[in-house]
Write a protein that binds this ligand. Structure first.
Ligand code: DWN
Length: 406
């Protein structure tokens, strides 16, 4: 595959968005569709953009060489809702309860979330009587959040927004945000501004080591401008006086995520040091080395999955996920003509691959056959919801990190 960014990468002219050093080539996914652009009609144009992954030779941050702006990607019609996944909601409820008890939150404390989506997390703090405030650029998601009582400012968060609420946050959450924003350095500056002197930032993001281990190329798309290792993320936080005090590994979230706890108060826990040592062992501090291995794995995966689609030719899909758009684009296969999804904002729309999005019960109204579960990261949850389909002879498949029946 080639794209408009290939020449700059090959000429050593592509530079890091964080530190400005030269970017080393990792993987080109061609001109990929904008993964979450769901269209009203199948004849509506499909927007594409170069999708080329590279790694900084100095700070090791992995990133897309270019992409449409966040304002284009996360516009008023952005359809993703975090609450559509019980796995996400349960993880959020547990975290909110833990933070409330661990920090003895109450009284004048306020908890903020950047990228608060539909209030999937902050609503759990509200239940425990803790004051909250969310920031999210997607109008629809912000409206859904207000419906559950979460006060939300509809804005792309940055250091200026952080200034307006300076020193007000005992906790700031930024889950699946620092991969998505145009300027993570400015967002982290805003987080540092928001925090009280003893405040805690909780940063959750898909982990680069998990992506490479799974060969999960379907999680590489324009919404994800950055692909963080703990090493590169800790370095970014340190630029703004935030020290990583703790880490949680979340294998069930988005194919493998990490949750970092950071504060202005110095601290360096053994589990953080252990993870950093593991990243060094995996060679994550040597981008050119792991990039060659990743490219070889990727080529093998593409061949295997193309053969699977030729042999199985699934009639249906489950989950109009961004991953689906990337997977079908890279494999250059049409995929199923319809896909079910529980997100009301997605139903009735057409995916970038030309599939019509239907409510989940459509699965039981059609002749059972082979159905590919595109959000493999929620395969167990979805398999639990599609038992009737399986009982009537339907066959559910997950394709990443390897092909398996559910
Ligand atoms: O970073 C991002 C992550 C957090 O989620 C965003 N860029 C967009 C999004 O990526 P994705 O679309 O690949 O996410 P998911 O969460 O893997 O996709 C799940 C899709 O499947 C959603 O459209 C909802 C749907 N779904 C469903 O219909 N029934 C999901 C579950 C769990 C279900 O039971």
């Amino acid at each position: 595959m080639r794209c408009d960014d290939c020449p700059a990468v090959e000429a050593g002219e592509a530079t890091c968005a964080i530190c400005g050093a030269v970017l080393a080539d990792v993987l080109c996914l061609g001109h990929a569709p904008i993964a979450n652009q769901l269209r009203d009609h199948d004849t509506d144009p499909i927007l594409t953009h170069a999708c080329h992954v590279a790694a900084c030779s100095l700070c090791t941050t992995v990133q897309l060489v270019s992409r449409p702006s966040a304002a284009v990607l996360f516009d008023d019609s952005y359809p993703y809702r975090s609450s559509q996944s019980l796995t996400m909601v349960r993880s959020a409820a547990t975290l909110a309860r833990y933070m409330t008890q661990a920090l003895n939150l109450g009284g004048g404390d306020r908890v903020f979330e950047i990228g608060s989506n539909d209030g999937y997390l902050l609503r759990h703090y509200l239940r425990d009587g803790v004051a909250v405030h969310g920031f999210d650029p997607a109008v629809g998601a912000a409206e859904d959040a207000r419906l559950v009582g979460v006060d939300t400012t509809c804005v792309h968060f940055d250091s200026e927004v952080g200034r307006a609420f300076e020193g007000k946050a005992r906790v700031v959450h930024a889950h699946n945000v620092l991969a998505h924003v145009d300027d993570p350095d400015d967002v982290v500056a805003g987080i540092a501004r928001l925090l009280t002197f003893d405040g805690v930032a909780v940063i959750e993001t898909p982990w680069l080591a998990a992506l490479l281990d799974a060969g999960a190329f379907d999680t590489i798309y324009h919404e994800h401008r950055f692909y963080w290792s703990v090493r590169s993320l800790a370095a970014l936080l340190a630029r703004h006086g935030l020290s990583v005090m703790g880490i949680e590994h979340l294998p069930d979230l988005h194919g493998g995520s990490v949750r970092l706890f950071a504060s202005k108060v110095d601290g360096w826990s053994i589990d953080v040091a252990h993870t950093l040592a593991g990243e060094r062992l995996a060679g994550l501090d040597q981008p050119s080395a792991w990039a060659r291995r990743f490219a070889i794995i990727h080529r093998g995966q593409v061949e295997t999955l193309r053969r699977w689609f030729e042999q199985v030719d699934p009639v249906a899909g489950y989950g109009a996920a961004a991953k689906a758009a990337v997977l079908l684009h890279v494999l250059d296969v049409a995929g199923p003509r319809w896909v079910v999804d529980s997100t009301p904002a997605k139903q009735g729309k057409w995916t970038p691959s030309g599939a019509l999005v239907l409510p989940p019960d459509a699965l039981d109204e059609r002749v059972p056959g082979d159905c590919v579960v595109f959000p493999w990261n929620f395969a167990d949850e979805i398999a639990g919801k599609a038992q009737r389909y399986v009982a009537s002879g339907g066959r559910l498949w997950a394709l990443m990190p390897n092909v398996r029946r559910l």
